[in-house]
Design a protein around this ligand. Sequence first.
Ligand SMILES: NC(=O)c1ccc[n+]([C@@H]2O[C@H](COP(=O)([O-])OP(=O)(O)OC[C@H]3O[C@@H](n4cnc5c(N)ncnc54)[C@H](O)[C@@H]3O)[C@@H](O)[C@H]2O)c1
Ligand SMILES: O=C(O)[C@@H]1CCCCN1
Length: 310
Amino acid sequence: MSRLPKYIEADDVKRILKMTDLIPIIEKAMGDFSKGEDGGVVQPVRSIIPVEKHGGFFGAMPAYSENDAALATKLVTFYPKNAGTGLPTHMAAIILFEPSTGELKSILDGEVITSMRTAAASAVATKYLASENSKILCILGSGEQARSHYKSLHHICNFEEVRVWSPTLKNAQAFSSQLKSKVCETAEEAVRGADVIVTATFAKQPIVEWEWVKPGAHINAVGAVNIKWQELSSELMQKSVVHVDSREAAMKESGDVIISKAEIFAEIGDLVNGTKEAQREKTTVFKSLGIAIEDAVSAKLVYDKHMENQ
Ligand SMILES: NC(=O)c1ccc[n+]([C@@H]2O[C@H](COP(=O)([O-])OP(=O)(O)OC[C@H]3O[C@@H](n4cnc5c(N)ncnc54)[C@H](O)[C@@H]3O)[C@@H](O)[C@H]2O)c1
Ligand SMILES: O=C(O)[C@@H]1CCCCN1
């Protein structure tokens, strides 16, 4: 290759990427993904390898969307033990190719995209599954995903109250001083009566119980990306209508699904495509794991907008 690829750094991604643009493209990508080959998407379940000696994980996430002309792979590390050290717990780069020629187009920072596209996917799930009159948002966790979910979900519902809980009180207080919300001392206090609940933590054991959850509430469960970890109790998973981003990935990666043996009702893309009906009135869970197609279409969007301004 004769030219160096363009590098798009985090500040530029942050400046270019707007939630209002992202939510619809993630919705379309989730729909295309769930159509399988008919949706023009090729995406294997990602490879995750443990870096056991250092308590970390490394993931490779390739995907191709014919409809969006997006061919990319995300390389991501997640190191829960980085919490509090000044280093992020998730770090990533996205490598974008030109599908018609195979040419390397760009390398993009992947942290901002990971943060925003995950929250955008939850926004799509919430759009289909939360009750129309949702007023109370509960966020468990106060890190990167908690913050991006606060922002994305305000595009879907007119919340009158936001509650935040985190195992370290001062982290919840810092969140609340930046994003208008009420700090709760326990997860139970935050969850009871909430219409929409987000779990965005590194919990390995359940932090939400069925009996705390208001009937008809919608839960976006974003953490516990490991077959041995759970954020939601098995009872909660079994009694809720469970949705995932990818059935195949959930059966391979999600402790919440595998340990509880809960039935998966649908992928969010099935709701987008209208092949499954959204049951808004029931208690619903979106067990999000993150799928590579979300990164590929987000990276393509950022790249195209960046090049328009060159
Ligand atoms: N589904 C997806 O697409 C996707 C994408 C990115 C991250 N994630 C996952 O979302 C979760 C949050 O990621 P993040 O980027 O916000 O991380 P972060 O490090 O910024 O925040 C993690 C939060 O978890 C809390 N926490 C840590 N241990 C806990 C425990 N035992 N019980 C309860 N809370 C605990 C911390 O206090 C902090 O508030 C992680 O599990 C991460 O792997 C999912
Ligand atoms: O989809 C993602 O990008 C992340 C990678 C780390 C684990 C959780 N999911």
